[in-house]
Structure formats: structure tokens, C-alpha cells
Design a protein around this ligand. Structure first.
Ligand code: PLP
Ligand code: ZN
Length: 429
């Protein structure tokens, strides 16, 4: 199948041209049309969207600023969805960039520290950005249903996009997922298949499923439409630059599961520089993993170019991908920019969640706890400069992963409904 070509504008806003001209293999450089495939027919390497550099360079700040207050303001830099009528979306994006002065002070920052808070997206994680692109591509290819393997947040977002747009979805998750993520995937009334196995087992299963007759008409978010899906993560990078007044921060800390988000934030900034939209002031990209699933951190520490798969454990379940598809590319971006990688254990993750909540009012899921704890560690190890402007990404909402917090936070006092009882508790004199 190939992507249907753009149709006439459905609104008065001018529809920019689609800058995507095909797919390119990141391994051997072979090029393809805008097809529904994620693997190179020559070498099985991963396919990525290939853009017309002239069209990408022609994009201006003014053009972006005139767009809607969501990811589609960047549609001139994306491979699908230029015409609003083509979009299958919950209109995510333009989430808050929160100045974290109190957290910065605790960590010894003299420069500004910011939290990009993607818990504010419609299904409360950054996955709405990627799913909007995947679902729009799915519609363009004429698929009748949408499916995915997920560590939780992707499942939430695919099911919600399907529900809003009347497209059946089939989401596959490890059966030991957090209850919050199970409920949030199930509530949209779509098929939710809990698999007794790890995410990597689930992913293998959906790869096999994609080859069956019954699922020939399905878009698999992280398989046949993955090149389009992955580009949605660029919008996080564009937004950070725009929200800083068209500036790129000196340092960024990004949680890694497959490693895709990290590579796309870096890519977004390179595109903005190439378009002359921002100045190239140089930036360092830092990756964050949990000690329970640290294959990219281990490869970084050992100077390896390849990533050795691990069996994930630990509370940061949304990051528990033991065989990360974009690991080598994430390593590239981290090394090329002079960044580093940190890993933290479960106790530090919980502390990271509490530190962020206590100092910024942002309640992050475990992935956000990983990122904040890694930020602290990188400063302590002298790898991240507290005198340089820094952005950390909170990619998901704390209400999704209450379980590890329940044993450690709760009411500070328990009283009878009387002033006498408040007095006994020491709250009044
Ligand atoms: C999926 C996910 C990530 C990381 O995504 P990759 O692009 O696979 O590295 C980070 N945080 C949360 C909360 C996620 O759900
Ligand atoms: Zn190839």
C-alpha cells in the first residue's frame, strides 16, 4: 500500500505541501516511496521518513505561529496531516514548559531548569503525539483497524484515538501492567489483549499477527506505520524550542524505552537549525533509564555500538523495553552531542517522583521519576552542567502509576471531626 496523495484544502487556512518524499533505510541508505513498512527490503534495516530538504528549509516561524495550538502547527515539518480533514487525532501537544526554580535550587542550578510536562496531553502521556501521526498515516493508507504492542501508554492512546474516530483497535499489553494503565486502555471499549509475557514477547506476537489474513488490513503502530509514528516525537523538540522563544536549551534529559523519542528531539532541533528558525548554539542530549532495564546505559558505559538485550524488571514499566529498536541511534545522538546516560533504581525513582511533585507541583509517572532522578545523578557525577540551561521531559502522568507511591505517601494526620482532635494532633495550639 502507498499513502494517498493530498486532497484539496478543506478550510481557509493554507495547506502546506507534504515535505516527505519517501522512506530511507538508516542502515544502507536504500530509498523507497511513502510505503507502509518499517524494514528495508534490501537489508532489513529500519526505515525512516526522507524529507525534501528544500521544503523543510522553507518553513518559517510565522507559518508555525499561525497554526493551531497543538502538534499540527508543525505539519509543514511532518510526513502526514497537512490537511486538517486527513487527521485522525486528539489534537495533542503545546503542553506546558514549567520553570522548575525550586527543583533547580535544590540541585545547585545557577541556570534555568525547565520541565516539559507531557502529562498534559489528552491521554496523559507523550504517546498521543506519535499515535496521532500513526493513526493519520493508517487512514491515508486505507487501513480498517489499528493495532499495537504497548508498555501501557501507547495502549491508552491508541484505544482513545480509535474511540474518537470510530476505527476499531486491538492493543496488546503485558498482563502484569499497572492497574491504572489496564483500566485506561479498557475504558474506551476497544479490544484489549493482556499477554502473559514481557513487552518483548508481546512485540514478537504482534509481528507474527501482522502476517495473518485477519490482520492484513491493520495498521500496526510500531510496525508497518512505525516510520510515520516515530516522527510525532519531533513535535516535543519543536515545542521546547518555540516555548523558549525559538531557542534550543544547552542540555536535555530524556527517558528511553526504545530510544526513539531521544533521537527525534535531537532530529527536530537539527531541522530547526537547518531551516534557520533557531540558532545553532550546540546542545547535549542525555538519556535516562532504570537499573531494571538499562541496555542503552550499559552499551554507553562500555563504548559499544550495539545494544545487548536484557530482561526488564522494576517499576518503570513504561520504559521496560529490553531490546530497544532505536538504541544504536540514541547512542549516536548522545555521543555526537557530548551527552551521557544515567540509570537509577526503584527507590531513587520514587524519590524522583516525590522531588518533582514537592518542588514543581507536577506529578509524574515512574518514567518521569527516572528522568528527575537521573538528572540529580548526572549533576552529582559532574556530567551535566548546572550552570547551563536544561530541560527535562516528564512523559507521563502520576495517576497512571500510583502503586509504588501508595506504601510511601498518604495522609500526614488522621483526626476526628473536632478541633479537639486537631489540637491533639498538634495542628493548632
Ligand atoms: C514510550 C514512553 C517513553 C519512551 O519512548 P521511546 O520513544 O520508546 O524511547 C518515555 N516515557 C513514557 C512515559 C513512555 O510511555
Ligand atoms: Zn537497508
Amino acid at each position: 500500500m502507498t499513502l494517498t496523495t493530498a486532497r484539496p484544502a478543506s478550510s481557509t487556512q493554507p495547506v502546506p505541501p507534504n515535505p516527505a518524499r519517501g522512506l530511507v533505510c538508516r542502515n544502507c541508505g536504500a530509498t523507497f516511496g511513502l510505503i507502509a513498512s518499517h524494514a528495508c527490503a534490501e537489508c532489513f534495516g529500519p526505515l525512516e521518513v526522507d524529507y525534501d530538504p528544500e521544503l523543510m528549509r522553507a518553513v518559517t516561524r510565522e507559518q508555525i505561529e499561525a497554526g493551531p495550538h497543538n502538534i499540527w502547527r508543525y505539519s509543514a515539518l511532518l510526513p502526514v496531516g497537512q490537511d486538517p480533514a486527513d487527521r485522525v487525532t486528539l489534537d495533542p501537544g503545546m503542553t506546558p514548559l514549567v520553570k522548575a526554580d525550586r527543583l533547580g535550587a535544590e540541585l545547585g542550578f545557577t541556570a534555568d531548569l525547565w520541565v516539559k510536562d507531557d502529562s498534559a496531553n489528552p491521554t496523559h502521556s507523550f504517546k498521543d503525539r506519535v499515535v496521532s501521526l500513526a493513526a493519520t498515516a493508517a487512514k491515508g493508507f486505507g487501513y480498517q483497524k489499528i493495532a499495537c504492542a504497548s508498555t501501557g501508554n501507547l495502549a491508552n492512546s491508541v484505544a482513545a484515538h480509535a474511540a474518537r474516530n470510530g476505527l476499531p483497535s486491538f492493543v496488546f499489553v503485558p498482563s502484569d501492567l499497572e492497574p491504572g494503565k489496564i483500566v485506561q486502555s479498557a475504558v474506551y471499549g476497544q479490544a484489549l489483549i493482556a499477554v502473559d509475557g514481557s513487552y518483548d514477547d508481546v512485540n514478537r506476537l504482534t509481528s507474527e499477527l501482522a502476517e495473518t489474513d485477519e490482520f492484513e488490513d491493520a495498521a500496526f503502530v510500531n510496525q508497518n506505520v512505525r516510520p510515520y509514528y516515530a516522527e510525532g516525537s519531533k513535535t516535543m523538540g519543536y515545542e521546547i524550542a518555540e516555548q523558549l522563544g525559538w531557542r534550543i536549551p544547552a542540555q536535555v534529559v530524556i527517558p528511553m524505552a526504545s530510544g526513539s523519542l531521544l533521537t527525534k528531539v535531537d532530529k527536530a532541533w537539527r531541522e530547526l537549525v537547518a531551516a534557520g528558525i533557531v540558532e545553532d548554539t550546540g546542545w547535549k542530549v542525555f538519556g535516562a533509564q532504570s537499573a531494571g532495564c538499562d541496555p542503552i546505559a550499559t552499551a554507553f558505559d562500555n563504548g559499544w555500538d550495539v545494544v545487548k538485550p536484557v530482561k526488564p524488571t522494576g517499576i518503570a514499566k513504561s520504559l521496560n523495553i529490553g531490546n530497544p529498536a532505536d538504541g544504536p541511534y540514541a547512542l549516536d545522538a548522545i555521543r555526537r552531542t557530548g551527552g551521557s546516560v544515567g540509570r537509577v533504581g526503584d527507590a531513587e525513582i520514587v524519590t524522583g517522583i516525590r522531588d518533582l511533585a514537592r518542588t514543581t507541583g507536577v506529578f509524574a509517572e515512574t518514567a518521569g521519576g527516572v528522568t528527575v532522578a537521573v538528572l540529580r545523578q548526572l549533576v552529582e557525577r559532574g556530567l551535566l552542567d548546572p550552570a547551563a540551561e536544561t530541560v527535562v521531559l516528564n512523559t507521563g502522568e502520576g495517576l497512571k502509576t500510583l502503586d509504588p507511591l501508595m506504601p510511601v505517601v498518604g495522609p500526614t494526620h488522621r483526626v476526628e471531626p473536632s478541633l479537639k482532635s486537631l489540637r491533639a494532633a498538634g495542628l493548632i495550639g
